[in-house]
Design a protein around this ligand. Structure first.
Ligand SMILES: Cc1ncc(COP(=O)(O)O)c(C=O)c1O
Length: 428
């Protein structure tokens, strides 16, 4: 009789974890207020209140709300004057929106590898990728980590580069006495459905720079004048009052939720440290509060019977613990590579170059496709007993990995047969 649930054994957990989003009467009340008021967009009172509260939450002088966390990155780059002919250095491991924003403004993404210790952009890689065309760096604070911001600030200063922090995953993270989003020139946050604070969709840009705030405001609001009366230039990237109405109570509840998540995460870290073959990403000494969207865990395939990542994911899921692989590497992602055929980059422009398709980031590839695992934030909103079961699932799969060796063998034989058939021109 097998032990692993994937092979017919009894799963560790059968009841669901805390689901997301968490909604309350406050969202309903504010949504109805917006509905009844007839002021549904256009910088209404809910947006103004949320922007003020979010600025205080991050310690930013200005917070400017937009439709989502993809256009916020694009607006940030436009506000900094990044455009055609410029290069922007970005980690290979991120949601492809980070790189899409660069392509959208006509610049070229230059993918840098990540560091094994934090899965964020490796400062040594940034140094190696700087050219005379480099204008900006977009560090992405990913998987419960903050990128090496002090070193990145130093590099940016030395080479006269802008920094846009992609904080889509790290609402509430703090680096020393600063919130993420105001360490560099501009911060960009997402409030998409699954994020740690959500309005269904939504985004916000944070900055301490008045000139940038003025430009961002014009860019997102069809060039309408900023509060000092100066006219801007731009399109419509506005958030609606409905989104802001949902975000207000989400923000009000957030700090308490983050405390619960971090308390549970601490318990889980302790437990996972004892599982053979598991490496936990440790928070850096300078992190004074850690926001959490996905929590990254690395497994050593050798300690897991050389099982491929997708079989480990299926085995842990079968034990009742939702888990997933990290993002695809942008330049290999099926959501990115088709762009080479579908987008007209202009005469004489190489799509492969514009999309960074020939990049080579071995650490990011190993974490993304072989060794990385990600647990999403809402799993940490429950109890310490939930953490026991999450750790238990890892432990059980590690201990009983041999039960899955034939699945792994079958997968590898099928994979080899497919590549052979492809090579000889049979099959796709
Ligand atoms: C790292 C990162 N950057 C940017 C985005 C884009 O945010 P949005 O989905 O709000 O457009 C996401 C969202 O999933 C993300 O994970």
């Amino acid at each position: 009789m097998a032990n692993l649930a994937l092979k017919g054994g009894t799963p560790i957990r059968t009841k669901p974890f805390t689901s997301w989003p968490i909604i309350g009467d406050e969202e309903r009340k504010l949504l109805l207020e917006v509905f009844d008021s007839g002021v549904w967009s256009f910088g209404g009172p809910k947006e103004a209140e949320f922007a003020k509260n979010f600025a205080a939450f991050t310690g930013a002088k200005e917070a400017l709300c937009v439709a989502n966390g993809s256009v916020s990155l694009e607006i940030a780059l436009r506000a900094l004057g990044v455009g055609p002919g410029d290069e922007v250095i970005v980690p290979a491991l991120t949601w492809h929106a980070t790189a899409w924003a660069i392509v959208q403004v006509g610049a070229t993404p230059v993918f840098a590898d990540i560091s094994d210790k934090d899965w964020c952009i490796d400062p040594a890689q940034i140094r190696a990728k700087i050219t005379p065309r480099t204008r900006a760096i977009i560090p992405v604070h990913l998987y419960a980590q903050i990128a090496e911001m002090d070193e990145i600030l130093e590099i940016a200063k030395k080479h006269n580069l802008f920094i846009v922090e992609d904080c889509a995953h790290t609402h509430g993270s703090r680096w020393g006495d600063k919130g993420v989003g105001v360490i560099g020139n501009i911060g960009s946050f997402s409030f998409q459905q699954s994020k740690g604070m959500t309005g269904g969709e939504g985004g916000v840009l944070t900055t301490n720079d008045d000139e940038l705030a003025y430009r961002i405001y014009g860019l997102k609001n069809c060039g309408r004048p900023w509060k000092d009366g100066r006219a801007g230039f731009g399109g419509n990237y506005r958030i609606t009052e409905f989104q802001a109405a949902v975000l207000l109570p989400q923000l009000a509840r957030f700090e308490k939720q983050l405390e619960t998540k971090n308390a549970n995460l601490k318990i889980l870290r302790e437990k996972l440290r004892k599982v053979p073959g598991i490496t936990i990403l440790e928070p850096k000494a300078k992190v004074t509060r850690q926001g959490l969207y996905g929590f990254g865990v690395r497994f050593d395939p050798e300690a897991f019977g050389n099982l491929p990542q997708d079989i480990v994911v299926s085995a842990i899921k079968a034990e009742g613990v939702p888990i997933q692989a990290p993002y695809n590497i942008v330049y290999k992602s099926g959501l990115w590579t088709p762009g080479a055929k579908l987008v007209n980059f202009g005469k004489g422009v190489s799509a492969a170059e514009r999309l960074g398709l020939n990049s080579d980031c071995p650490v990011a590839e190993r974490i993304s496709y072989k060794e990385g695992l990600v647990l999403l934030h809402h799993l940490f909103l429950g109890t310490a007993a939930d953490m026991d079961e999450i750790a238990g699932a890892f432990e059980k799969v590690q201990k009983n990995a041999s039960e899955l060796r034939f699945d792994a063998l079958e997968k590898s034989v099928k994979g080899a047969a497919r590549s052979f058939l492809k090579k000889v021109g049979i099959g796709g």
